[in-house]
Design a protein. Structure first.
Length: 117
């Protein structure tokens, strides 16, 4: 039987405390304009290439934050990405590992990753 469910990820929801602050922070580190609409007072869809990210302040709680990266952001230059995040004063939780990736936290404590593609 053919599955009606696609082998695609449509979006990733990230729990955030303050939707406006989270929108501004994520757009800043991704080099995007933070001018999109906040929907229903708790959702912001980050315009991404491929799978989208939805920041959601309604689902935020200490228990819901990512304790380990659930996905990674791509980069072609891992050293440049690491130095960029340092300059932005992002909380880096690892150094560059295996010359391939590093982990960091967003302001709400979600653990995230940047990985060389």
């Amino acid at each position: 039987m053919k599955s009606p469910i696609f082998n695609q990820i449509g979006t990733v929801f990230i729990p955030v405390r303050d939707i406006e602050k989270a929108r501004d922070w994520y757009c800043d580190i991704l080099g995007l304009q933070a001018d999109g609409e906040i929907q229903f007072e708790h959702l912001y869809i980050i315009p991404m290439v491929g799978t989208t990210i939805v920041l959601d302040s309604k689902i935020y709680s200490e228990e819901n934050i990512f304790k380990a990266p659930a996905f990674h952001f791509n980069t072609e230059n891992i050293k440049e990405a690491y130095e960029f995040m340092q300059k932005k004063n992002v909380e880096l939780t690892t150094s560059i590992e295996h010359n391939h990736y590093f982990n960091f936290k967003d302001p709400d404590g979600n653990h995230l990753m940047v990985c060389k593609c």
